[in-house]
Design a protein around this ligand. Sequence first.
Ligand code: SAM
Ligand code: SF4
Length: 341
Amino acid sequence: MTAPKTDPGPAPTEGPLIDTFGRVAGDLRISVIDKCNLRCTYCMPAEGLPWLGRDEILTVDEIDRLARLFHTLGAREFKITGGEPTVRRELPEIVGRVCALPNVDVSVTTNGLTLDRLAGPLREAGLNRVTVSLDSLMRHRYAEMTRRDAFAKVEAGLKAAREADFDVVKINCVVIRGTNDDEAVAFARLARDHGHDVRFIEYMPLDAEQSWERDKVVPGEEILETIAAEYPLEPVTQDAPQPATSFRFADGAPGTIGVIPSVTSPFCESCNRMRVTAEGAFRVCLFALEETDLRGPMRAGADDAELERLIREALWGKWAGHKINHPDFVRPGRSMSMIGG
Ligand code: SAM
Ligand code: SF4
């Protein structure tokens, strides 16, 4: 990370949630559990990780309290994630509470394994956007990448999501050189056939096993070129800078294609994201080396003003950007599932 501004003065005590570079944070990703029912090679080790105890993860009321507080402070985009959020029994209740906040855009990011059962309850809880992570459309390859033979379950989950009539069903696909980089056009066909928004994510050095290598990163630009050679694309006009540069099919087919080029073209200068981990640590960047405990103060009786002060101060220390592309890059202590992607 490139350092925050030197001597910027104290953090503001009111107004929007802002850092020293003038970026206003309005997107909160809340991890509701660290556990997962898959073992994606680019995320978790085969044996899993040391899971948090029941008492260590935030309760539904604590998540609700933080969501309300961040909403008061201007957050309008909420993403419920994990680990695998559907592994948490109370997920529909959590989603219902966050969706009840006024003027919010809420989505759940899931591996889709149990969506056939949960799509209905989540829709009823008020959810209108869901993102399903799917890295291969070939059963054997999906099993290799996730270490579970569960492709049919995700297919059923996606079908249930379509039938539950969500406004948006996105598909997230992490692309790894030599593993699944030959499937871009097949994913584009899936987008066209079902009107999905497919987003290709560049592989980031956030895997627990630390086997990330630069050569395994497939630039988003390359994926777009491959797809455009088969299905010409045109950019979707975006109101605000977005990490996923979005394209529609020039022939008018439904669905969109996006890339999240976090490695080859980081979007740090327009980043508005914040994260709360399953145990209540506030993180101002995916790659932050420091975090701020919110659970401890909450359980010790801190009022909202005190929590707000902690949040504003942490954000005031947000660095200009991550340093994946610098020789002195240091990986954060947490891997992706422990942060909440
Ligand atoms: N379990 C849920 C899922 O897979 O959608 C939610 C949590 S998962 C950590 C969130 C997103 O992070 C997924 O889309 C996953 O593919 C992505 N992810 C995990 N490890 C990654 C890595 N090393 N680089 C890029 N994306 C990664
Ligand atoms: Fe689980 Fe999501 Fe990580 Fe895969 S990417 S191991 S589904 S948390």
